[in-house]
Design a protein around this ligand. Structure first.
Ligand code: SF4
Length: 385
């Protein structure tokens, strides 16, 4: 849902100003793209095992700011999905900014079957929100959370950001304390990244502040210790949940399942291809006109043919982000043509460096390895080529 009221200073996602005419074109396009997808699904019975292999059907509305839509538009969007879903939807998440949470929207989504809300809080500290360019206040977060709970939302995630320039350990401790106090089911905490061409990146480039990598690592360790002790064990590099509340949609992507992205800039991994829709409303709509059931739209970008070897490498990279680790025997059986001898040599190196630990066929990152998860991922890619 590519519309945002304003642009946050750290954000590099594609977004447009929410003009009414564009919103209506967007909703029409979503219905058309979902129709095309459903026709493909119905025409090809071999799609069905792809769904069965996952933990059921999951839906995730991300953005942009899906909560910007008015209640009737949200209801239309939800209905478009529900009418075309080929089975019951096990988990249905909608991302909402605190300033967009209203009782009528919550009611419309609940009625349609939405059963999980992810709210972009980022911080409870006014000065840090200001630095991130977020346009909500700590009071709005509290009100939005109360509206969600009053509306019957019993599975809520809060997104937080840490390592904001100038943020102290005490400020981060207070943000976590405020989040825990609300007792959500799930918490996502992201170390601030400086994406190219964002306002924060420009400030960093101009030397207005410096990154402190040692402090980032220290705050990260503090995070998993604090949240774990508060009943939110870490289950992925950036994610913490009460038992039973891990995000099934995201877990499926980390396990290299299949998913279909709908809307401008949405990414898909489907059958033999990975691709993204163009990050442009008009080009996305043009692509829908050119589509035939057996081809990708001509406007598709970042198209990657999926080989078992590539999927094996990605299943290792993303699977290791999960605290439960990866089951090497299961992956070997799923992707027998991957170069498992090279990987075995790599595991020996990583074990010697104390970056992974192994119990039988289960391989996991150690605490030290989790700090260097991206570097470990890079070495898996090197072993794959
Ligand atoms: S609301 Fe979300 S998508 Fe929109 S600018 Fe802020 S971070 Fe980016």
């Amino acid at each position: 849902m590519p519309f945002c009221a304003t642009t946050c200073d750290f954000c590099a996602f594609y977004q447009e100003a929410p003009r009414r005419a564009d919103l209506l074109r967007y909703l029409d396009g979503i219905e058309r793209e979902l129709d095309q997808w459903r026709a493909e699904w119905d025409a090809r019975s071999d799609f069905l095992p792809a769904l069965d292999a996952q933990a059921g059907l999951t839906v995730f509305f991300g953005g942009g700011t899906p909560g910007l839509l008015a209640a009737p538009d949200l209801a239309r969007l939800c209905q478009a999905v529900r009418e075309r879903a080929p089975g019951p939807i096990a988990e249905w998440t909608v991302e909402m900014a605190p300033s967009t949470v209203k009782a009528d929207k919550v009611a419309a989504m609940r009625e349609a079957g939405v059963n999980r809300i992810s709210m972009g809080v980022q911080s409870f500290d006014e000065s840090l929100l200001e630095k991130l360019g977020r346009r909500h206040s700590p009071k709005q977060v509290q009100q939005a959370y109360e509206t969600l709970r009053a509306g019957g939302c019993d599975n809520v995630n809060l997104d937080l950001i840490f390592a904001v320039p100038g943020q102290t350990r005490a400020q981060w401790a207070e943000d976590m304390r405020r989040a825990i106090e609300l007792q959500p089911e799930h918490l996502s905490t992201y170390c601030l990244t400086f994406e190219e061409d964002t306002k924060l990146w420009v400030k960093l480039s101009k030397g207005e502040f410096k990154r402190d990598v040692a402090q980032e690592a220290e705050l990260y360790q503090f995070t998993w210790e604090t949240l774990g002790a508060a009943g939110y064990p870490q289950y992925e590099v950036s994610n913490f949940a009460r038992p039973g509340y891990a995000c099934a949609h995201n877990v499926s992507t980390w396990h290299m399942g299949q998913w279909r992205g709908v809307g401008p800039s949405a990414a898909s991994q489907w059958r033999n291809w990975r691709w993204s829709n163009p990050s442009d409303l008009n080009r996305w709509l043009d692509g829908l006109d050119q589509r035939t059931p057996e081809t990708l739209p001509e406007t598709a970008v970042d198209v990657v043919p999926l080989s078992p070897e590539l999927l094996a490498a990605d299943a290792l990279i993303f699977g290791l982000r999960l605290n439960e680790g990866v089951d090497l025997a299961a992956l070997r059986a799923r992707f027998p043509s991957a170069d498992w001898a090279s990987y075995d040599a790599l595991w020996a190196e990583l074990l010697a460096e104390s970056l992974v630990e192994r119990q039988g066929d289960t391989l996991r990152l150690t605490d030290e390895g989790r700090m260097l998860a991206d570097a470990v991922g890079g070495r898996i890619l090197e072993a794959e080529v």
